[in-house]
Design a protein. Sequence first.
Length: 346
Amino acid sequence: MNRWAAVAYEIPQKPMISVIMANYNCEAFLASAIRSVLNQTNTALELILVDDGSSDRSVEIAQEIAKQDARLSVFSGTRYGGPAPVRNHALERAKGDWVAIVDSDDLIRPDRLERMLTAAEDTGADILIDNLAVFQSDGPANIFTMFEGDLRDRPARIMESEYIKANMLYGRGSKLGYAKPLIRRSALEANSLRYNETMRIGEDYDLIVRLLSTGARMMSVPDVMYFYRKHGNSISHRLDAVALDALEQTAGEALRQPTPHAEVTAAHAARLKSIRRAVIFDQILTALKRKNVLGAAKLVGTEPSVIPLLRMPLIHRIQQRTGNPLARSDQHLEAELVKLRALCEA
C-alpha cells in the first residue's frame, strides 16, 4: 500500500523550516529518512534533497515520493564531491526562517521539529541542538546517546569555548559535533556564512563555530529526538589523511582569528593539538598495516600521548567478535526506535 496516496501535501507559500538533506548512494535508507521528515507534526516545512551524483536508485526513490508530497524538492544530476557543497546548494534554495539538517540515512521523531522550533523561539536561540541517539543499522541496535553530564538533564546555553572543547578528536565527554542543528537562517545570511567546501567531515562543527564567533546564541535541549544510524557506508566516522589534513587546516585558521576571549583561543589551541595527535595516530596505523614496526615506534616517540589510542583498534576488534557485551544499550530508546522504524519503513 502506498502510504502517501491518502494525503497530498502542498508546499507552504512560506515554509517555517527548510530541511536540507544531502544524499549519496543511500537507497537502502533514503525513503525512511524522507518519511521521517515529512511525517513531522509541524507541516509548514520544505524538504530540499540534493543528490551528489548517486549511482544507485536514490534519485528515483526520492522523485517517486515527491510526486505525492510537494514539500519535497529533489535536485540531482551534478557530482559535488561531498556533503558541504551539497548543503550549500540546498541552502541557496531554502525559503524557511529556520534551517534543519537531517542526513539521508537517519531518522527523526515526528514531533522533533515542532518541539525544537518552540524551544528555539522561547530561548531566543540562533542555533538549537537536541540529544542524539546513535544506533547500529545491522544486528543489535546498541543505542547510546551523545550528551553527557548536565546536558542530559536540562536545557543549557552552550558558549563558543564550550562547543569547541566538546569537539576534541578522541576526546571525552559530549561529542557535540555530531549534533544536527536547527539554525536561524537570518543568522547565516547576516554574516554570509556557508559550509567550508574543503571539508569532507566536521563541516557542521566548522559552520557552527564560525556562527558562534559572530555572537550567535546556541542552546541545547536534553530530549533525544534524532536517531543517527551507523552502517558500513557511513562517512562521518571515517578519519583518513585527507580528512585530517582539512581538519588541521581549518583548526589552524580558527586559532589565528582574533578574539577578545582567552578561553576561546585556549579551546582552539587544544582542539588543534588533538587533531595533530590524530594525524600521528593515523600515520602509526598506516605504518603498522605495512608491517613497519620500527617506523610506528618512532612515531610513538614523537607523540607519546597517542599510546592510549593504540588500544582502540584492539577494543573495536573484540567488540566486533563479541557484540560488545560491556555496552549498555538504552532499552527505552530501543523501543522508541522500533516504533519509529515501523512508522517510516511501512
